[in-house]
Design a protein around this ligand. Structure first.
Ligand code: CU
Length: 168
């Protein structure tokens, strides 16, 4: 292999990496009338039984849709959960029917409220990494997305464990 060719190959790799990181930065996915904005999950050790995941759903259609859950290779399944405060104690409950997104509306799944839960993650979630997932919608069907793993952009309360209400 000539050194010229080697250089070309190397440059191609650098360009490919740059394109990949740019698309990860834009970080928006859509399927039909459904748009998914900035899906992210928490940093989590491999021993954690669950991990919270968050995103924004926008429905630009004329009919209501419903996010019911999903799947990912890195966990058993993805559930829609709601956190409520019960006498000051945070509790989680699954929403088996998922969450409705009205036509023209955006719903934010965020820490402290309605969120997605990765059940039994099979690997450590390392800051800056990403993983693929499939979301399920009643109308739009499946939407392929990619979560990025990051720390909570909101101010952390210090406990770092808002899922203490799981398992009752
Ligand atoms: Cu939860």
């Amino acid at each position: 292999m000539s050194s010229g060719l080697k250089l070309t190959v190397k440059l191609t790799c650098i360009l490919a990496a740059a394109v990949l990181s740019t698309s990860a930065f834009a970080h928006q996915f859509s399927q039909g009338d459904i748009k998914i904005g900035h899906p992210w999950s928490r940093v989590s050790p491999s021993t954690a039984p669950v991990a919270g995941a968050y995103l924004t759903v926008t429905n630009s259609g004329t009919e209501p849709d419903r996010l019911t859950g999903g799947s990912t290779p890195i966990a058993d399944r993805i559930e829609v959960h709601q956190m409520t405060l019960d006498d000051g104690i945070a509790r989680m409950r699954p929403l088996p029917d998922g969450i409705e997104v009205a036509p023209g509306a955006s719903v934010e799944l965020a820490p402290g409220g309605i969120h997605l839960m990765l059940i039994k993650p099979n690997q450590q979630l390392i800051e800056g990494s990403s993983f693929k997932a499939t979301l399920e919608f009643a109308r739009a069907g499946t939407v392929e997305i990619e979560f990025v793993v990051q720390r909570n952009p909101a101010v952390e309360t210090g406990s770092g464990n808002e899922h203490g209400g799981h398992g009752q």
